[in-house]
Design a protein around this ligand. Structure first.
Ligand code: AMP
Length: 282
């Protein structure tokens, strides 16, 4: 595996593979790898001849300065893990390489970005995500780009973005990887105290409860949302949102008659966690 720092190096490294028609996969990340990241890299390794992982803690998508400062960073460890799953190229640019002096463009997706994370974290969050992902897709020009279902709204924002801007890339979502007690893996889990970590298990518990209710025939979204909220409120410091939505446009639904996804966000101490679960009626 080679670690590349500049856009020029990245482009030259892909020239020969692209000329011979090799399929290129990109996994965009902010580092601090866990099994969730590695599962996306494994998916890419299975599908593609060349696997590129980008590692860039994107400052423009952070709405809380403290969150950016305390974001875990360990490139040496990340490089070992990426190499271990067969990644070919690690693109780890400096901030000035991505945002040089004079940088003035923002890619902004409207509609689907308004609620949930857009509402909780403000406009800048998804603007930051859409802008950096557009840049990474333009730099690497992958055939396939991999994103985690854990960030379900982000996946739909990226799908909207590539469709609207006619970007020639396939977006592949990877299943959420979980800890043994069901908590979704996240770089932010490291900030939880042992006691908060125990309480955070309420999230997967509440999501399973939602699935059980749907499986038992409950179709009223409000009833399920109330049960999930109650379960979360008994453990979380603060519940940001609990909503059942149509999985593509993320419009809230009242009666579960077809595809539905439950989205939740809650704080445990100062750590904000998000998760989601597809609800199946059969
Ligand atoms: P991040 O480094 O947090 O920006 O995440 C990089 C990619 O990994 C994103 O597409 C995330 O959705 C994905 N990801 C994060 N956590 C998980 C997880 N537990 N399971 C699967 N994918 C994940």
């Amino acid at each position: 595996m080679r670690t590349l720092r500049t856009i020029d190096e990245m482009r030259s490294a892909l020239e020969a593979p692209r000329r011979r028609g090799a399929m290129v996969g990109l996994v965009p990340t902010m580092g601090a790898f866990h099994d969730g990241h590695l599962s996306l890299m494994r998916l890419a390794r299975r599908d593609c001849e060349v696997v590129v992982v980008s590692l860039f803690v994107n400052p423009t998508q952070f709405n809380e300065p403290q969150d950016l400062v305390s974001y875990p960073r360990d490139e040496t460890r990340d490089a070992v893990l990426a190499e271990g799953v067969g990644v070919d190229l690690l693109f780890a640019p400096a901030q000035e390489e991505i945002y040089p002096a004079g940088f003035a463009t923002t890619v902004s997706v409207s509609g689907i970005t308004r609620d949930f994370e857009g509402d909780a974290r403000g406009r800048t969050h998804f603007d930051g995500v859409a802008t950096v992902v557009s840049k990474l897709l333009n730099i690497v020009m992958p055939d396939v780009a991999y994103f985690g279902e854990k960030d379900a709204q982000q996946v739909q924002v990226i799908r909207r973005l590539v469709e609207d801007l006619n970007m020639p890339v396939r977006i592949q979502a990877g299943a959420t990887v979980r800890e043994p007690d069901g908590l979704a893996m996240s770089s932010r889990n490291a900030h939880l105290s042992p006691e908060e970590r125990r309480r955070a298990a309420a999230i997967p518990r509440a999501l399973s409860q939602a699935q059980e209710m749907v499986g038992a025939g409950q179709q009223d979204a409000r009833v399920i949302e109330q049960a999930v909220r109650a379960e979360l409120e008994s453990s979380a410091t603060q519940v940001d949102y609990v909503r059942i939505v149509e999985p593509e446009r993320l419009a809230p639904i009242r009666t579960i008659a077809g595809p539905a996804r439950m989205l939740v966000a809650a704080r445990f101490g100062n750590t904000r966690l998000i998760d989601n679960q597809l609800l199946r009626s059969e």
